[in-house]
Design a protein around this ligand. Sequence first.
Ligand SMILES: C[S@@+](CC[C@H](N)C(=O)[O-])C[C@H]1O[C@@H](n2cnc3c(N)ncnc32)[C@H](O)[C@@H]1O
Length: 453
Amino acid sequence: METLLDLVNQKPIPEPWEEGDNIPWDEPGFSQRMLAEHLSQAHDMASRRAPKTEEHVRWIHSEVLGERPTRVLDLCCGPGLYTSRLAALGHECVGIDFSPAAIAYAQEQAVASQVPCRYVREDVRAAEFGAGFELVMMVFGQFNVFRPTEACTLLNKARRALTDGGVLVLEAHALSAVECMGTSGASWYSTAQGLFSPRPHLVLEEHFWHAETKAATTRFFVVDVASGRLTAHAMTTQGYSDDEYRSLLAESGCDDTSCSPSLTGQEDPSQPDFVVLRARAGSAHRPSQRRCPAPQSTGADRAARGPHLGTERTLEYRMEPNTNTNNYEHLALPDTGGTVAERIDELVKALLLQGEVPWASPTMVLLGQYGHLGGLAATQMLARQAKFSVEDIVLDVCCYVGGPARYLAATTGCRVVGVDRDEKSIAIARRLTALAGCQDRVSFLVGDLYQVH
Ligand SMILES: C[S@@+](CC[C@H](N)C(=O)[O-])C[C@H]1O[C@@H](n2cnc3c(N)ncnc32)[C@H](O)[C@@H]1O
């Protein structure tokens, strides 16, 4: 959409998520301007002001974490206003966010104040969360902007990142607040410079309430005053009742859910739009076995999932006997720091250099475990575009040592079967998958693809 005429001719009512996922948090210029809003002490628009954040952190530290030093993962952490404070209280924190300016700021602060915080700039929908956290948190309503299928996958990944008995804290929008958002009237403002543009512009906003699916969509039209050029953004916020939140958490493998009116445990009249859900990661069931509920199907949601890659059916393999006797159990992750995936990458590079894996070449060494053109970035793009979920079973043909298979399973919750005719690659793929701890979702077969039916 580029002109006012496009605006006049647009579809009267957008479908949820049809016209966009969110405002452009991850766009560098926007994220830089948004950082100023996060840090502003004049309002609570992007992040809360310092006194409120401190109140929340005190409650999390004492009531949720019992004042014990723990490992904390903050999803959509912004500029690290919660993580930096939790780290100062002795917790080891990891924050994930896809805003470049917010993550750069968070990293600078962590270095300057020498607190144990690590930040990852990535889309939480595609990111690997790792494991061993005693608290996974997502605050300030960000959970609701994800499509229901994505939200479910995020909860499953959060559960897998938690230790058994660890706590998930979700500060989500109350259903009444989402309805209020969707039923607000249209509005506009003009400004010489602002969040959406550093130049004089108008912002026109309109809201829609999809009562059937309990979702609110907001359209933002930004009109550049000098050129008249129009930029459109849209975001949808999904509403859930408290019972629906509870069942989503239970489905992901988290039990004992309790609801609080705010992140202080008390009613907070200044924060009426949220509900805080606190659930414990149960050891009884693991999310990898669980299915996300069927998406509330809209044309947009289906389109956003991309082409369906095939209906589930039985595949017959003509398998070659695996004559490779080396099961590579001696392989261990190098002690190089970083995530498990990064350390696996290092290990594969070392194996390539030792001639242990076939096709060693400088390019393959660069690509590490993601042995295809584009490497990890292409795998991330596939995960983003295909939007697999725990409902999907993916067949990775010519899977090599299983990097993409593990990435897709870890980030989307899908199950993956990798097939390759190179026995050594498959034996290494199995060992690496055991090291990554995702054997329950990723398996490998030695097979000649000319013989797969
Ligand atoms: C309202 S701010 C809250 C930031 C922080 N939790 C706080 O309360 O200070 C929402 C944050 O979510 C991040 N975000 C939104 N969608 C995301 C995604 N798909 N992956 C990673 N971060 C995302 C934005 O970049 C932004 O920093």
